[in-house]
Design a protein around this ligand. Structure first.
Ligand code: FAD
Length: 252
């Protein structure tokens, strides 16, 4: 997924998101937009890479290439200020003030919060006391509707939390879990809303935390930028083909 390169070992974040597929990248974007230091660690195998053409995600009337959709989610996380690393998380440990997240390349990252968004992979949670797993042929993490697990500060998002196997649902749940974390952290937070100038202040209200008012000039500038960024992404067919199911690929 082409994560940012930085020396991760010993670094500290407010939140580490394990798994940078649909739910994890969306959670990372929401956390970073609310000024948490957020890191997404991913080993590059979103199940969505297997899709042939993604036709039921809101906002794409003729569908969209699933690899391109994942690129868009990564790019959005980057623009929000979320760090990303390409690595496999091998172990999560609880510490006095949160969690230590150990990756296969020997780095340890500390965080107050961990969001697990790894679809059905849970082995890295084996050492965390209090995590309940659910076995329904595949393994899921037992979490409440908002993604809270039995361990304070540890959340589960997307398919891993037992949500339906759909991209829009996984993205929505990633967002919901991130907002839940913000609420649990007692951050002053109303909504992540961008409103036209005067929407709040024109009624004598302060702009609520998490919200922003945009004047016309800035609104138009952002629209021009968004058109340019999207033109760039949609300029040519995506170079990567869908990944085949491993059992089919093995026979080829
Ligand atoms: C063939 C196929 C077609 C599909 N088509 C559609 C469709 O048309 N429409 C639709 O809505 N949905 C579709 N889906 C379903 C969709 O892909 C999933 O529901 C969605 O990707 C789930 O999101 P997620 O974030 O929970 O998991 P994922 O997107 O799979 O993300 C999990 C991430 O965690 C990472 N990870 C796992 N373990 C670790 C670890 N230890 N350390 C670091 N990273 C780790 C993985 O590499 C992966 O990137 C399809 C799925 C398949 C298989």
């Amino acid at each position: 997924m082409d994560g940012n390169e930085f020396d991760a070992d010993g670094s500290e974040f407010d939140a580490v998101v394990v798994g940078g597929g649909v739910a994890g990248l969306t959670a990372g974007t929401y956390l970073a937009r609310h000024e948490l230091d957020a890191l997404v660690v991913d080993d590059g195998e979103s199940i969505l890479r297997r899709n042939a053409h993604l036709e039921n995600v809101p906002g794409f009337p003729a569908g969209v290439n699933a690899r391109l959709f994942l690129d868009l989610l990564s790019s959005q996380a980057d623009r929000a200020g979320c760090e990303r690393r390409d690595a496999a998380v091998e172990r999560v440990r609880t510490t006095d003030d949160g969690f230590a997240v150990e990756t296969g390349d020997g780095a340890t990252v500390r965080a107050r919060y961990v969001v697990a968004a790894t679809k059905n992979e849970t082995s890295y949670l084996d050492g965390v006391e209090g995590v309940d797993l659910v076995d329904r042929g595949k393994t899921y993490v037992d979490a409440d509707e908002r993604g809270r697990t039995g361990v304070e500060g540890l959340y589960a998002a997307g398919r891993l939390a037992g949500k339906p196997h759909q991209t829009a649902v996984a993205a929505g749940h990633g967002a919901e879990v991130a907002v839940t974390l913000l609420e649990d952290d007692d951050r002053p937070f109303y909504h992540d809303w961008v409103a036209p100038e005067g929407y709040f202040t024109g009624r004598g209200r302060d702009v609520p935390p998490g919200c922003e008012e945009l004047g016309d000039e800035e609104r138009r500038r952002r629209e021009r930028e968004s058109l340019a960024v999207m033109r760039d992404h949609f300029d040519a067919p995506h170079p990567e083909d869908p990944e085949q199911h491993p059992s089919v690929a093995d026979e080829e």
